[in-house]
Structures are given as structure tokens and as C-alpha cells.
Design a protein around this ligand. Structure first.
Ligand code: SD4
Length: 331
């Protein structure tokens, strides 16, 4: 099915004299696709991810990297751990629902060649990141949403499941009594996972997955599945991912901004700080949290957030550790 669809798509592009490479489906002949890898001998294989759930995600990702696996496989394996964990109420199975009781998931993935895939407003599938991967690998598209994303997932062999756990249902029923939509910094936003990895070849990939803001309006999509907002990777420069109030990240295309700032010469730390400042300058940041995490080609990393409380996990040099991010508001 893939080769036929891909062939059709390429034919359509050909008819209009167009070509397609960055951030889209793989071309049938790999040798014609744009490889962005520069020889890079001075780097540290690394896995880095948002929040303390990142520790277990990093372990799973590192298992792929240490045996010489590719960063794209590592990032998918890493975030799947958190998607499957019912204790995590902002990602995958066990995620808090929207205000109508639906668990709706957003995820995206991006590899070292600029290929990417995304799903948003996806219901009933425990591993949206793996559906996003299939969108990248098996379709000519970047984003599939809602019913179409579900239909695609089922066609690809994913199982339809009830993702609303008793804990999440109870939280929703409690919330409904007041129906007061007021996200709490570092609490309801906590746990969405963005993960970046550099493999032993020096290639960078990233993944980001979430159930979004708890008790959001039905149909709401945040930054996490939007390439350039919740996640961006450029193998010549580095990668970045975002967590927190997605609307603020979307308005500034935060992860793309961080990578572009690194391209201009900023360190990962400086780039994250500048991206937070863009939000702080123009938006009422007092009521919400944003955290950025970035890594460059060598494995140098940085993080910055608006309010204290954002932490991230780094697996590097044989050590997996949790680090507190510096923040704009000093508490
Ligand atoms: C969203 N950015 O849907 C996500 C939420 C999040 O940590 O990152 N929480 O807006």
C-alpha cells in the first residue's frame, strides 16, 4: 500500500513539476532523499527528556542507542514507556480527558533527515507516537487528525482501547462539579514528554507525546503534535522540545525558534532562554508554565522555563540524572 500511495503522490507532484523532501514521507529511492548529516566526530551520544518521567523513558531509549540503534527508534521506544504508564495523567493511557470525558492524544516524531509524522485529536490508541511514526513512514502526509488518524491506526494494526482509567474518570467527575477551567502551573501540565536523542552515528531525532491540557475543550490541539512548536530537529544544528501551555508555544513556534537560534550561534541554554523571553514579553505568563529543552550536535544541552518546577532527565556518559531547569521567575 505504501509504495502505491507513495508512487501516486510522487506522480501528482511530478505532474505539477514539484518536488518534496524536508519533513515529509520518505522518497521511494533513499539515495535521492536529502541527507543532512554532516561528518561529526565530536559528539556525545545522549538522551534527554522533559520531566521526571524522562528517567524511565531515557533508559528505554538508551537501550536502543547503546547497541548501535538509530536515534529515531530510540525516541519512539523511550516515549512509549510513558504513554503506557497509567500513573502519568498527561500522556497516553491514563491521560486526563477533555471536558466531555474523551481522552484525546497528540504526538509527533522527527528524524535526522527532516522526515516527520504527527497525529492529533486521536482517540482510543495507547501509543500515538507509533501511529505518528507510521504516518511518517507509510504515508505521503505529515499530520493525520481525529477520525482519520484513528482509521489509519486501525488499518495499520493498532488496537482500539479504552484509555480512560478509573483514576482519570474520577478526576474528571470531580472537575465537572465546578467545571472551572483553570490550569495549574506544574500540576495539570506536568508529565507531557518530549525526548531528544543523539545516536552513535551522531544523528539526532525527537519525539513528543501528550494527552494535552486536562479538561480542555473538545477538539483542542496543543503544540505537542505540531512540528516546529512542540518539537523540531535539524540534524546540522540540534533539536528542541517544549512542554507547558501549548497555546503560548504555538504562538511563537517555540521549538523551531530554539533550533534557529542555535543555528545562529546561541548555545542550547541561551536559545531556550531567548525563546522563553519571547513569550514573557508579550503574554501574561503569570498563569502558565512553559519549559524548553534543547540539545546541539555535540550533545551540549540546555533548558529554561518560566516558573520554577520544571525538571528534565539526561542520559549521557553512562549516567541518567534528573536536573532542575533554571527559570525566569525566581521563587
Ligand atoms: C499541550 N504542551 O497540550 C501540552 C501540554 C504539556 O506538559 O506539555 N504538558 O499544551
Amino acid at each position: 500500500m505504501f509504495s502505491r500511495r507513495n508512487f501516486l503522490f510522487q506522480s501528482i507532484l511530478g505532474t505539477f513539476g514539484l518536488s518534496f523532501n524536508s519533513c515529509n514521507a520518505k522518497t521511494p529511492n533513499k539515495s535521492t532523499s536529502k541527507m543532512t548529516t554532516k561528518p561529526n566526530s565530536n559528539f556525545k551520544p545522549t538522551v534527554i527528556s522533559t520531566w521526571n518521567n524522562g528517567l524511565s523513558a531515557n533508559e528505554a531509549a538508551w537501550k536502543v542507542i547503546e547497541v548501535g540503534g538509530k536515534a529515531i527508534d530510540a525516541v519512539e521506544a523511550g516515549v512509549r514507556v510513558v504513554e503506557a504508564d497509567p500513573k502519568t495523567t498527561s500522556v497516553g493511557y491514563g491521560g486526563f480527558p477533555d471536558r466531555d470525558g474523551n481522552v484525546t492524544l497528540d504526538a509527533c516524531i522527527m528524524d535526522e533527515t527532516g522526515n516527520c509524522g504527527s497525529v492529533c485529536f486521536l482517540k482510543h490508541i495507547k501509543h500515538p507516537i507509533s501511529v505518528a511514526r507510521k504516518v511518517m513512514d507509510n504515508t505521503p502526509h505529515v499530520i493525520l487528525a481525529g477520525q482519520g488518524a484513528l482509521q489509519f491506526a486501525l488499518e495499520q494494526g493498532f488496537e482500539k482501547e479504552n484509555l480512560l482509567t478509573p483514576k482519570a474518570k474520577a478526576a474528571w467527575e470531580k472537575w465537572k462539579k465546578e467545571s472551572n477551567y483553570h490550569p495549574i502551573i506544574n500540576i495539570e501540565n506536568h508529565d507531557t514528554i518530549g525526548l531528544l536523542a543523539i545516536d552513535q552515528n551522531g544523528d539526532i531525532s525527537g519525539a513528543c507525546t501528550t494527552s494535552g491540557l486536562a479538561f480542555k475543550m473538545q477538539g483542542r490541539v496543543g503544540d505537542s503534535p505540531i512540528i516546529g512548536a512542540g518539537l523540531f530537529v535539524d540534524n546540522e544544528v540540534g533539536g528542541a522540545t517544549a512542554t507547558g501551555m501549548g497555546e503560548a508555544v504555538l504562538k511563537t513556534l517555540g521549538s523551531f525558534l530554539v533550533v534557529e537560534l542555535m543555528r545562529q550561534g546561541k548555545t542550547p541554554q541561551e536559545a531556550c532562554e531567548e525563546a522563553v523571553m519571547r513569550i514573557v514579553k508579550n503574554q501574561n505568563y503569570k498563569d502558565f508554565q512553559i519549559g524548553y529543552l534543547a540539545i546541539d550536535k555535540q550533545g551540549n544541552y540546555g533548558a529554561y522555563c518560566i516558573h520554577s518546577g520544571f525538571d528534565f532527565a539526561v542520559y549521557q556518559g553512562g549516567k541518567n540524572q534528573l536536573i532542575d531547569s533554571p527559570s525566569y521567575v525566581k521563587s
